[in-house]
Design a protein around this ligand. Sequence first.
Ligand code: T3D
Length: 261
Amino acid sequence: MQSYETLLVREEDGVLEIRMNRPQVLNALSRTLKLELQAAMKAAGRRPEVRVVLLSAEGRGFCSGQDLYDEETDGRRSIGESLRTLYNPLIEAMIGMPKPIVAEVHGVAAGAGMSLALAADMRLMGESARLVAAFSRIGLVPDSGLSYMLPRLVGLGRAMEIAMLADPIDATQALSLGLCNHVHPDAELHTAAWAFCRRLADGPAQALGLTKKALRRGVELSLREVLEYEAVLQEQAGHAGEYVEGVAAFKEKRRPVYRKV
Ligand code: T3D
């Protein structure tokens, strides 16, 4: 397996854990970390044995966003270029990957760290975790897809307040706003995240990949386009062995086994 300077990776039972590993700066996104996350996500997308990706982090926080010491902050550097080359391809690789991505958020997820968490398909948070849209605190605008994801998850009015005031959102609030799927006691979060991912990995990988495509596209399209897109995807799913196995298991009154299909 590929080794990285700023990531730890673990693969088991079809789950690939990509773990950010710069704990001394709360996993601030240095150039190397961004490039390695990009490479790891793209590799995960290509490998059929990876059925689910778990994005997690070492140390006491998930990710503090752009590494404010790594690059110039005096206005001379092109931040637009930095986004185009380092952040945007990473977010596109996550959204476009036809596999579920789960973020395990503990401690703080700030700025682009919050964007990364929201680019995952589902989020599990520790009880003491918090999300901070820290951009406005340092005179920037939301980036790395936050302005795309946030209003879709919480609605426009709430997104405006979250992005403008940048108040920390605790796990309970995140759950009620729809920003996370489940909250777990901090000490149990990692085990719960693996159990959640293993459940997904036991599912029909192709159908779940197509489900992600359907839901991601569904928020963009008109009803008529969605209905047609569903028909196209269902045609693909219906010709896969997973459908045969699912129906056979139903008729034989047993649990379907999708891992070998
Ligand atoms: O530039 C571009 O390419 C554009 C992209 C922009 C995207 C963005 O992400 S903009 C937002 C950038 N992030 C921030 O503004 C957050 C900055 N950090 C904080 O506000 C706080 O650290 C936190 C709220 C995240 C956590 O607070 P706390 O009290 O739990 O921890 P701390 O003591 O502030 O931080 C611990 C250490 O991590 C500390 O180092 P030290 O003093 O122990 O040596 C701190 O300097 C370091 N650290 C935290 N955040 C960053 C960081 N180092 C570099 N970059 C950081 N973003």
